[in-house]
Design a protein around this ligand. Sequence first.
Ligand code: AMP
Ligand code: GLY
Length: 440
Amino acid sequence: MRVLVIGGGAREHAICSAVCKSDAELYAFMKNANPGIKKIAKDYFLHDECNAQKVLSYALNKNIELAIIGPEAPEEAGVTNVLEKHGIMVASPSKEAAEIETNKEFMRNIMEKYRIRGSVKWKSFSNAEMAKEFIEMLSGEVAVKPVGLTGGKGVKVAGDHLKSIEDAVKYAKEVIEKKIGGIGKVIIEEKVVGEEFTLQAFCDGKNIFPMPAVQDHKRLLPDDKGPNTGGMGSYSCKDGILPFMTYDDYEEAAVILQKIIEALKREGREYKGTIYGQFMLTSDGVKVIEINARFGDPEAMNVLPLLKTDFVDICVSMAEGNLNSKMISFEAKSTVCKYVVPEGYGISPKANQEIFVNEEGIREEGGILFYASVNEIDGKIYTTTSRSLAIVGIAEEIEEAEKICERSLQHIKGNVFIRHDIGKKELIEKRIKHMEMLRG
Ligand code: AMP
Ligand code: GLY
């Protein structure tokens, strides 16, 4: 089968690697020349991934049978719709179904309309004065979010980034006036307290099939300090849940995802592809923070290397609407993924810095390397302002996976930054204690 992957980040490198494990021919469409994808693809094309007509003409030209879209922006631009219209199967949601991610107001409205558990108090505003009233009503214990897309960087939370009611009001005003996220509208949500986790699931329009749970680390600095980023690293556990949660919590999150896709179907927006739930486990159960219409980045890198069954078969069945649980099986192993980012990332990242990647050394340590936003020029690797690459360690226990990851990271040199605390015992124990405290 001829498969096209759209997107050139580390998540897409992981998707491409999974495609190559199947009996498939890989083609790539990306805006940057990801060195890892370049190496394994039969052919690739460099262009803006949101240009649906360009994606279509490349796909037709290469006789593509199945397409998989990594990032949300091409989904929002209608790439799925255009490809499907020309008879190409797509294992990613249509523009309309992807609104569950691209429009946070739509997501909260769906949860309300269909009385789906796990939502939070929220309201959206295009008037700063009214936003202020609601912020005050919630005593400033809020999360302030642009309604549209900001790549995980537009959300500010009381206590973390907002030190007072005034701060929250000021940011809400800024979101409206500067149209942050592309829409002059802000969502104010009740701030919920707990431990976050990600649940990704394959979805064929009717049913969801959940993958192992993962915990991402959005904050830039060790011990969860600093600004939010696209994600600095993540881990998962061999039993499919995380050390601070129970199987009931996992099940609860899966039920919420199932109800959301049922609601989307009733709205005439059938959802096909991977769906991603960002949840907060609180003293009051599982709460939805956001829903994404794709694999997580970095979370795809935790789960895809564990997939024992055929990824392309799963994608075809998602697109055709006939997925079944026998087609999906993951290795019972733990994983730790750490991102390598350019120095200054999240504040003032240094681009065009050479980084030295000893691929052989990483392989010998047992680590898996996924390239992200780097440029390869004359065989040398240079940073951009985005995340550079990620390393994944896989083992029985999280501790061992973390060590593999760290040993592999020693084979990378340059002006880079890494959150070394991800997957370490101290941080995980802190999470367990936090949850124990919250649950009394
Ligand atoms: P999002 O882009 O919606 O995932 O938000 C980024 C981060 O902000 C999340 O990963 C959470 O850590 C935090 N956050 C978002 N919404 C809330 C909320 N309602 N309560 C507490 N924290 C939140
Ligand atoms: N890991 C966060 C995201 O993919 O949105």
